[in-house]
Design a protein around this ligand. Structure first.
Ligand SMILES: CC(C)(COP(=O)(O)OP(=O)(O)OC[C@H]1O[C@@H](n2cnc3c(N)ncnc32)[C@H](O)[C@@H]1OP(=O)(O)O)[C@@H](O)C(=O)NCCC(=O)NCCS
Length: 186
């Protein structure tokens, strides 16, 4: 699926943030961030979220996603080391990848997530070689919809009750950026 060497985890640099490989010593920050009700509301993280989940995320899930041809990055600020959040690309199929993310509550509202998503998507289109990156966002998740739009994604429509989210049929807005779309800011 990819022009990226399997298992190789690059570091990507944006205007505000750096995307780097997860490390075992990130587990404490992941554990703290994933107690956030908004992350638990809008993502598929386990609830309750335990130390074992955090350790499994950085040392098990992250390498597995890379092994399967996807990507899972820790996001940190340029010039700093504190964890901002997580930015990932599920293993692409048929040249289509799906991105997913969360940002720690104390790190929001600074444009970091939109920057990280733009960087991930540019890399997926230019280096990994997918032709389309998608996002599936709950219509009520205003923050994530704004992040998507800020990163150059276009809303293509609402898919009704297509997914089960914590046991409930849920609508999603399908967003996408294509390799042939104008780049955000261009
Ligand atoms: C959604 C989330 C990722 C936003 O992260 P963030 O770091 O605050 O986003 P940014 O600072 O990059 O914001 C980008 C834009 O979105 C806007 N925005 C962010 N959160 C918002 C909110 N709750 N309501 C309205 N606008 C919001 C910002 O004002 C900014 O707008 P601008 O481009 O006009 O300046 C974060 O709140 C989060 O992790 N939520 C829980 C997990 C989640 O929803 N993940 C996505 C699942 S699809």
């Amino acid at each position: 699926m990819t022009t990226t060497e399997r298992g190789r985890q690059p570091t990507l640099t944006g205007r505000r943030v750096r995307l780097r490989p997860w490390r075992p010593d990130d587990a404490a920050a992941v554990l703290e961030a994933c107690q956030d009700p908004e992350i638990q509301r809008w993502t598929q993280v386990p609830v309750p979220y335990t130390k074992e989940h955090a350790e499994g995320f950085v040392a098990g899930i992250a390498p597995q996603i890379w092994d399967e041809g996807g990507a899972l990055f820790a996001v940190e600020p340029l010039g700093g080391a504190a964890l901002v959040g997580s930015m990932g690309l599920f293993p692409p199929q048929d040249g289509v990848g799906e991105a997913g993310y969360w940002t720690a509550p104390g790190r929001r509202g600074r444009g970091c997530t939109a920057d990280a998503l733009r960087v991930l998507t540019d890399w997926a289109l230019d280096v990994v070689g997918v032709h389309r990156v998608e996002l599936l966002v709950d219509p009520a998740n205003t923050g994530s919809r704004r992040v998507a739009e800020r990163a150059g994604f276009l809303a293509e429509g609402t898919i009704r009750q297509r997914f089960l989210h914590r046991g409930q049929p849920s609508d999603v807005v399908l967003y996408a950026r294509l390799a042939t779309d104008l780049r955000p800011g261009a």
